[in-house]
Design a protein around this ligand. Structure first.
Ligand code: BG6
Ligand code: MG
Length: 218
């Protein structure tokens, strides 16, 4: 039985990876090294401070905790300057339609994101009202693959984890869903996310009926 669907934000509802990339790249350049699109892949689903650790590792730099905080703040200020200008057109294809279909089917909806900027992004793309519960980087202590973000979502919705479906684009996110004992749907490439219960390229053309069929429920 599907009682709730939990959505990651970055890479599932919106493509913010490009803005994260520009902001991390600017920081790397300032620090004197190159940061590539391939490097950026390693930051997907990873928290802001963990992302910075990976960046510093790539640049082979060791800095104090205080400097790390200043760097993360600087990167975030640049990132926010981009997401502030986001519009509803940047919602990934088919997402809004699928969310509306879930609501019509009486299935509850939660956000489960590592981002501290999630509330601002949802507001900019005008989807805040579609979520019955929001769990984001401001309300969790443990990063994915820890299941905390999704377990909190299920708890807020008052549903059992085994009746939840998670939509995720990151490996750590699918692992978090599995650790939470939830059904996982990978958004993206089957080569990378093939260990999820199901993988789809995106929400365009995806329906609640297709999800129910995959789960063998009426
Ligand atoms: C995740 C992204 O959703 O949020 C990561 O996939 C990002 O790339 C993380 O680092 C934290 O985001 P923010 O907005 O709090 O810096
Ligand atoms: Mg993601």
């Amino acid at each position: 039985m599907i009682e709730a669907c939990l959505f990651d934000l970055d890479g599932v509802v919106v493509d913010t990876a490009k803005y994260h990339f520009i902001a991390w790249k600017a920081l790397a350049e300032e620090l004197g090294f190159e940061f590539t699109l391939e490097d950026n892949e390693r930051l997907k689903g990873v928290s802001r401070m963990q992302s910075l650790e990976i960046l510093l590792e790539i640049g082979n730099l060791r800095v104090s905790d205080r400097e790390k905080l200043a760097m993360a703040e600087k990167k975030n200020a640049l990132y926010v300057s981009y997401i502030e200008k986001m519009t509803p057109e940047e919602t990934l294809p088919g997402v809004e339609k699928f969310l509306r279909e879930l609501r019509a089917a009486g299935i509850r909806i939660a956000l489960g994101s590592a981002s501290k900027n999630a509330p601002m992004i949802l507001e900019r793309i005008q989807l805040s009202g579609m979520f019955d519960a929001i769990v984001d980087g401001n309300s969790i202590a443990e990063a994915k693959p820890n299941p905390e973000v999704f377990l909190k979502g299920a708890e807020k919705l008052g549903v059992l984890p085994e009746n939840c479906v998670v939509f995720e684009d990151a490996i750590a996110g699918i692992e978090a869903a599995q650790n939470a004992n939830m059904y996982s749907v990978g958004i993206g490439d089957p080569e990378t996310l093939g260990f999820a219960d199901m993988v789809i390229p995106g929400f365009d053309g995806f329906t609640v009926d297709m999800l129910k069929k995959a789960l063998n429920c009426a």
